[in-house]
Design a binder for this molecule. Structure first.
Ligand SMILES: [Ca+2]
Length: 364
């Protein structure tokens, strides 16, 4: 597999897809302060509707890119602002945002008068107050150790990075757990064996080393694995907070200076997971080795309007966020604030994933 991967052309040369505008995003006319406020209120309400109105697809109808029906049994969602792995799949259905006219009117009036609209809760209050959570979590089905990222705020984005990384803004997140390592071939192979889930065309146990990160998995495949493991994919904000490891405004998980001794990048293939030193949260290969799928849809302008508390990403989109760079990335691509994307059905030798979990939300 190493040789095969080494023969792959640089994705920049192959050409990543250009960003797509969201066909259902409604923009109020004008670019003044008032229209911006109305736009923000509109988007906040859409975020709420996303989790209170959309129905979740049943396991029977769960889509996978091969057109087969997966045997993975998906759990029913619980009332939480965190996305379950399958909730995101529900949002692949393109439907107009079902915002009530009355609610929109209230938000518009609030923006005009300067009054504060009713509180729109975007977090889970019970999680915000949790301070007694274990530092690590180990699941039964997928025993990879998960590290606790404590509740709190962090500085997301970059003032000097790409346009889609701006503006730099402070985001609050409830506590969550995240895999310390990228999902390995061994872990993914156990999932395939136990569920009968169809392996992708790039899956080849003859070549894949058990400890290497799994590649050739679509976003749908990653979601299916996470559901089986009683986990979910991290939101983009969760991924970035975890990657920063508590550092503020730094380029990389360890500081501002790049270094090939720190991560697998500018190389010619994957390395076994946990080959490099972890960051301060105990996470391995959060930069480099393979890109990592996130839960969120990608929107280059999302930071201008995203909620500042437990953001869940745009309601609709055509591409899913991938983060962290991969084995052939440049130093620039490896930065923790760097954002990239791909179609959710896409499989390549460059993209893998790790899982996250909401504490005490989804017992296995
Ligand atoms: Ca990685």
């Amino acid at each position: 597999m190493l040789l095969v991967r080494a023969g792959r052309s640089h994705p920049a040369a192959a050409g990543f897809p250009e960003q797509h505008s969201n066909p259902f995003s409604f923009r109020f006319p004008g670019r003044n302060f008032l229209s911006l406020q109305i736009q923000m209120e509109f988007n906040r309400v859409c975020e709420i509707n996303r989790f209170t109105r959309f129905t979740r697809p049943s396991a029977k109808n769960h889509h996978n890119p091969n057109g087969n029906r997966t045997k993975v049994k998906l759990k029913q969602p619980r009332p939480t602002a965190f996305p379950s792995s399958a909730t995101g799949a529900a949002c692949t259905q393109r439907r107009p945002c079902p915002i009530p006219t009355a609610v929109l009117l209230v938000c518009m009036i609030a923006a005009v008068t300067g009054c504060t609209p009713p509180a729109l809760v975007t977090g889970n209050p019970s999680l915000s107050a949790q301070t007694d959570l274990p530092a690590v979590f180990v699941g039964k089905r997928d025993p990879e150790t998960m590290a606790l990222v404590p509740a709190g705020s962090f500085l997301m984005g970059s003032a000097g990075g790409g346009r889609d990384e701006r503006p730099q803004h402070t985001v609050y997140l409830d506590a969550f757990y995240i895999d310390r390592a990228e999902v390995s071939c061994e872990r993914y192979g156990r999932f395939l064996k136990e569920t009968g889930y169809p392996a992708g065309d790039l899956w080849n146990p003859e070549y894949d080393r058990p400890d290497d990160p799994v590649v050739g998995v679509s976003w749908h495949d990653a979601v299916a694995f996470a559901a089986w493991a009683g986990k979910r994919l991290p939101t983009e904000a969760e991924w970035e907070k975890a990657a920063r490891g508590g550092l503020v405004g730094k380029k990389y998980p360890w500081g501002d200076e790049p270094g090939n001794e720190r991560a697998n990048y500018m190389s010619f293939g994957t390395t076994p997971v946990k080959s490099y030193e972890p960051n301060a949260y105990g996470l391995y290969d959060i930069a480099g080795n393979v890109w990592e799928w996130c839960q969120d849809w990608y929107d280059p302008d999302h930071y201008r309007q995203s909620p500042l508390r437990n953001p869940l990403g745009p309601v609709y989109g055509t591409h899913k966020v991938i983060r962290g760079g991969y084995w052939y990335s440049s130093e620039e691509t490896l930065r923790v604030s760097n954002r990239h994307r791909h179609e959710p059905a896409h499989r390549s030798f460059l993209i893998g994933f790790r899982c996250a979990k909401t504490p005490r939300e989804a017992p296995e």
